[in-house]
Design a protein around this ligand. Structure first.
Ligand SMILES: Cc1ncc(COP(=O)(O)O)c(C=O)c1O
Length: 398
């Protein structure tokens, strides 16, 4: 039985057609089952932040696996305490809760928002509304599906969790109308990822902050995709220059190991009390060691700075490609190393993605007509140039 036959027989068909077999990764390269090399500018959808199998990461994970992987959150471990301290140091005064994924992190933000509403209104079920942005993406649990204002994500799962309202992204009037005294929180991505890489405007986030302050609601940023150095700062909101009351993180944080986390600023950091939230796996020693090793590489190799620099090089190159093929590429946009090109009408992003892979470049489709560039933060200038060359050649062949 071939791998594809096995998967279609035994695995649920949640991921559509898959026929590309990945056998290993090294740095910014992936290799298929025939040993062919590909330049990986998807990084597992913004996960392999320091490239595949970075030697320092492999050493740290292997070492921790041989010492202690998991002991439950009934006890303390050094990697968990060290990672908590590290994240607070990177973000600001406050506390973290460590979990296993982006969805779980956002679910924790939703619960924290409800506890905040209860605290300030003094009554359960009064101030619990959460306002999110149209075309945002927050995950796949029922809470996160309700937070995700996209029909294709919600379809089939009615009734939605109560208490969500949607407003237009980057449109402050729309949020001003939606946020009222019953609002417990606003949750937005500083750069909308899944729907096609749209950065939030600084004025928009600043105005959101003052609306939230006026209505005593939390301003919460989903930095699952845009966070962890990708924007050219540790958090995209730090690059944009607006400080939230809380953030969710995941993806790049573990460098390939599943981990998520939320941070809440000091005044809100004690909303969760014993019994109100929890996790079996979240924050285990192995996941925390992986995240600590990833952060250590990011710091030692100055990868946040590299992301800013390489992001500019990529952006300049993509603009040139867009200008060369105006009938195919509508525009390029993004922040740091989170970028996308949007295609014109007849050209499908998944078809172009497949052609690019045949030519040796891996990208990730987004929204209905975009392709995302999310390379590892340690991508080199020569690799950016090679990716641009492959893009140019592939568009030329269309
Ligand atoms: C902005 C954002 N939030 C949340 C999620 C969900 O994260 P996960 O797939 O780790 O549950 C994603 C995943 O793509 C995301 O991009």
């Amino acid at each position: 039985m071939t791998l594809r036959e096995k998967i279609s027989k035994y695995a649920m068909p949640a991921f559509g057609k898959r026929d590309f077999v990945v056998s290993r990764g090294k740095g910014r390269k992936l290799y298929d089952d025939k040993g062919r090399e590909y330049l990986d500018f998807g990084a597992g959808i913004a996960v392999a932040s320091i490239g595949h199998c970075h030697p320092a990461w492999v050493r740290a994970v292997s070492k921790q696996a041989g010492v202690l992987a998991h002991c439950s959150n009934l006890y303390l471990t050094k990697p968990n305490a060290d990672l908590s301290e590290k994240l607070v140091g990177k973000i600001g005064r406050g506390k973290v809760f460590i979990c296993n994924s982006g969805t779980e992190a956002n679910e924790a933000l939703i619960k924290a928002a409800r506890l905040h509403g209860l605290k300030v209104s003094g009554a359960e079920g009064k101030k619990y509304k959460i306002v999110t942005a149209v075309d945002g993406f927050h995950g796949r649990t029922m809470g996160c599906v309700a937070a995700t204002a996209q029909r294709k994500i919600q379809k089939g799962f009615s009734p939605m969790l109560e208490g969500f309202e949607y407003a237009a992204f980057n449109d402050i009037d729309s949020f001003e109308k939606a946020v009222d005294d019953d609002t417990a929180a606003v949750i937005v991505e500083p750069v909308q990822g899944e729907s096609g890489v749209t950065p939030a405007k600084r004025e928009f986030l600043k105005a959101l902050k003052s609306i939230c302050k006026k209505k005593n609601a939390l301003l919460l940023f989903d930095e699952v995709q845009c966070g962890f150095g990708r924007s050219g700062a540790f958090l995209a909101s730090q690059r944009i220059g607006v400080k939230p009351d809380g953030v969710s993180m995941a993806k790049g944080l573990g460098g390939g190991f599943p981990i998520g986390a939320i941070w809440l600023s000091s005044p809100h950091a004690d909303l969760f009390t014993p019994g109100s939230h929890g996790t079996t796996f979240g924050g285990n020693a192995l996941a925390c060691a992986a995240a600590l090793a990833t952060i250590s590489v990011v710091e030692k190799e100055r990868l946040v700075e590299n992301a800013a620099k390489m992001g500019e090089r990529l952006s300049a190159g993509l603009s040139k490609v867009a200008a060369k093929y105006p009938h195919i590429v509508k525009l390029e946009r993004g922040l740091g190393l989170m970028r996308a090109v949007l295609f014109n009408g007849p050209y499908s992003n998944s078809d172009i993605c497949a052609r690019l892979r045949e030519n040796g470049l891996i990208l990730i489709p987004a929204g209905s007509n975009a392709l995302r560039f999310l390379p590892a933060l340690n991508v080199k200038a020569t690799e950016i140039d090679r990716a641009l060359k492959i893009l140019d050649k592939t568009l030329g062949e269309l």
